[in-house]
Structures are given as C-alpha cells and as structure tokens.
Design a protein around this ligand. Structure first.
Ligand SMILES: [Fe+2]
Ligand SMILES: [Fe+2]
Length: 286
C-alpha cells in the first residue's frame, strides 16, 4: 500500500519532504557552488511549512509527542523493514527526478563509505532519516521535518523564518522568552526540549545500539541553528561541545550526496544487511 501525502492537506504544504531538504541546501550551498539569492528563491510551500512549524511546535506539544512516541510502544521491526515501510511514503514530487527515501539514505551512506569512514558512521548515514516514518503514523509534515530549535526559551533569529515565532503561543509566556527560559546555564542539549521531529524519534529508537557520536549525528542533524550558526552556546555542556565536530562531519553527506546516479539498492542490500546485523538485533522497537 502506498501512502500518498497530498499537498491539498492544509497540514502538508510541501509537495514532498524533499522540498524542505532542498530548501536547506539553498540556504547552505556546497562551498564553491554558485551564489544564490536565498530570500528571492524560497518557495511559497516552504514558507507556509515554516509558518505551521513555528506556530505549532510549543513546549507542551514537544513534551506530548515525546510521551506518545519515545517510549517505543508502537511496533517491532527490523531496520530493513523500516526502510521498506518508509519507502511507501510517496508525495506528489516528480518520480522521474526525485529519489525515494531509501535512495536518499543509500546516497548518504555510500558517500560516507567512499570517504573511508568507520562502519558505524556508514550505518548512521543509512538510518539517519528513518524517523520520517512519523509521517506514516499520521503526523503532519511540520511535526516530522524542518530545522529543529529549542522550545521553552527565547528563539534565535538565526533559525529560518524567525518572524513566524510570533505566532507561537509560547511567545506570550515571558518565562519562556528569556535567554535561558526554563533551562539552567550549560544544562546540555540532552536536557533541552528541541522541536519534535524525525531526529528525536530515531535517537530513541537507536540509542541502545549505536555509539554516542552516531547518536549525536542522528539527534541533532536538523539543528542548523547550533551546528551551522553556532547559536545556543549557553545551553551546551562539555559533551555537546566535544560532539559538535561529529554532527558537522555528518552534515555535508546528508546535504551534498544527491548525485544524478541512483544507488543500486538491490545490489547493495547484502552489504548493508551485514552492516545492520553488526550493530542492531533482528527486530527493534519503534
Ligand atoms: Fe533528516
Ligand atoms: Fe537526510
């Protein structure tokens, strides 16, 4: 069965989840690529997506979604079953030019593999977006993808479309709008409620199986205000500062691995099945 995400749905302004990632790529182009005027090129669908994301991702919403999903009580599945499941997510993007979710995962992992990185790093590339199955559980796009940001404290103006935060009910709570908000200085990102999405969910799915560096890559890969803009320093602890280099090492593979060549998913499967089995048990909880 194919789950079609239809952009006539008011909660689904994006024609495809890739539209968010393509927009991130416009904001953070590969070094040496031609300069583009980001503000002039941003798509109306992406802008509407961020309006919804910034309006509805409140501290209470984040806590409720963690409660709902992060106890992993939904289902037991192997990694490959989850990849197949994620691939049933079809949006109204162009099937001839857009890659499937598995193809994006394999382009990322193959680029990491080509550069000779350790096996856990390659595996991280393969699984990093599996949290997008949240869309197939009925979550709206704005609760699954998008740059993540801390809730419960003042919003950085380095988060994309900061003007939309005025629409967030938390904006009216003075205690949430100080620099630290509800947090202690240097509390560490583990204690910060980032806006909810595929990063946080997959972190909980993978946390017993992958090394700490991999878990940072997974949990914070959409936190651009931190790993690209250097914001929220007052919330970091020593561990976060030490792990930042791994999150930054991962990001170019996620953003810049889309080539014109489709990965040979069938041919590569035996290699990846073996790699998955090295770290994960046959079935894991989702
Ligand atoms: Fe992602
Ligand atoms: Fe990705």
């Amino acid at each position: 069965m194919r789950a079609v995400i239809n952009n006539t749905d008011v909660a689904a302004p994006l024609g495809s989840l890739d539209e968010w990632e393509d927009d991130v790529l416009d904001r953070y182009p590969e070094p040496d690529k031609a300069f583009r005027d980001y503000a002039a090129e941003v798509r109306p669908s992406v802008k509407e997506f961020y309006r919804l994301n910034h309006t509805y991702q409140t501290l209470d919403f984040v806590k409720a979604k963690k409660q709902q999903y992060c106890g992993l009580t939904l289902v037991e599945k192997s990694i490959w079953e989850a990849m197949d499941f994620l691939n049933t997510l079809v949006d109204d993007s162009d099937p001839d030019t857009d890659f499937t979710q598995i193809e994006h995962l394999m382009q990322t992992s193959e680029a990491i593999r080509r550069d000779g990185h350790p096996r856990w790093f390659i595996l991280t590339g393969l699984v990093h977006d599996l949290g997008k199955v949240l869309c197939l559980y009925g979550e709206p796009q704005w609760a699954v993808v998008g740059d993540t940001f801390p809730t419960g404290c003042r919003y950085s103006d380095k988060v994309v479309f900061p003007e939309f935060f005025k629409l967030n009910p938390d904006f009216q709570f003075p205690e949430y709008q100080t620099e630290l908000g509800i947090y202690e200085p240097g509390c560490g990102l583990d204690n910060v409620h980032l806006s909810f999405g595929h990063d946080e969910y997959l972190y909980h799915v993978a946390k017993d199986y992958l090394p700490e560096e991999a878990l940072y890559m997974i949990r914070y890969h959409s936190f651009y205000a931190w790993h690209r803009e250097g914001e929220y320093q007052h919330l970091l602890n020593d561990k976060d500062r030490e792990m930042l280099k791994w999150v930054q090492a991962f990001n170019p593979y996620d953003l810049y691995s889309k080539t014109l060549v489709r990965p040979d998913v069938v041919g590569l499967r035996p290699y990846y099945e073996e790699l998955i089995a090295e770290f994960f048990p046959e079935k894991i909880r989702w």
